[in-house]
Design a binder for this molecule. Structure first.
Ligand code: 5RP
Length: 231
């Protein structure tokens, strides 16, 4: 499935590559698969802006150390990323890998934002119950922040814990915690939730990308096709 999406995204990328000097690279297994497929000659000719330490290390391993940059205020021409949930109308929910804050910073500075998903991630915007919104929060006072999130929004909040080879909470690339908010109500205006969550001291960022929608989606379908659309 991931390979099929990578093939399609590469086809589009090759077509539009003359417009790309700075390329944002997202995080996760779909991005990893894309990086293993995309021709190296494309990546070696541009500046690369990774959205996580994981992606940074992959790019270094591929030999692109000299091309790697952090966001510096100049426009990133295109960012290609994965997502955990996607709506046809343009928003995504990200942060399954805990990289949501860096992903949002890179997306904010990007002229174009493409997302790669499979069909299982497509959701109906009116059936949000049991979807999860990852939120990066400061370790200081995290229990208070979690309590506040549950008081303000119809969600069940769970501090994300490590389950392999280290005990304790997940610590992000930025030294913070992740809390996963399971939505308890079907209809929720995610744009409003995104804005309101940000007002809480202690919250760094949420994985809702409603204020920063995608420009193009590539979705691997069960029937073997890849659906491409713009909201
Ligand atoms: C990381 C992310 C990822 O893009 C998202 O979790 C999708 O990951 P995968 O491609 O492994 O399904 O937001 O923070």
């Amino acid at each position: 499935m991931k390979k099929r999406v990578a093939v399609e995204v590469t086809r589009y990328l090759e077509h539009e590559f003359h417009q790309v000097q700075r390329l944002g690279i997202g995080s996760g297994t779909t991005v990893r698969s894309f990086l293993s497929f995309v021709p190296e000659k494309l990546l070696e000719s541009v500046e690369l802006i990774p959205t996580s330490v994981d992606t940074l290390l992959i790019l270094r391993d591929m030999g692109f150390s000299a091309n790697i940059r952090e966001p510096d205020g100049r426009t990133i021409d295109l960012t290609i990323d994965g997502a955990d949930k996607i709506s046809k109308s343009g928003w995504v929910i990200k942060g399954g890998g805990g990289a949501l804050t860096r992903e949002k910073i890179v997306r904010l500075h990007s002229r174009e934002f493409w997302v790669m998903v499979d069909e299982s991630k497509l959701i109906n915007e009116c059936s949000l119950t049991s979807c999860t919104i990852p939120v990066e929060i400061l370790p200081f006072g995290h229990q208070a922040t979690i309590r506040l999130l549950e008081d303000i929004f119809p969600v069940k909040a769970t501090l994300r814990m490590l389950d392999q080879r280290k005990i304790g909470p997940v610590v992000t690339d930025n030294g913070n915690y992740i809390v996963d908010l399971e939505i308890l109500r079907d209809s929720l205006d995610l744009l409003t939730v995104e804005k309101e969550i940000k007002k809480i001291p202690g919250v760094i960022e949420s994985g809702i990308f409603a204020s920063l929608p995608y420009d193009r989606a590539f979705m691997a379908c069960k029937d073997g096709t890849v659906e491409v659309w713009s909201p």
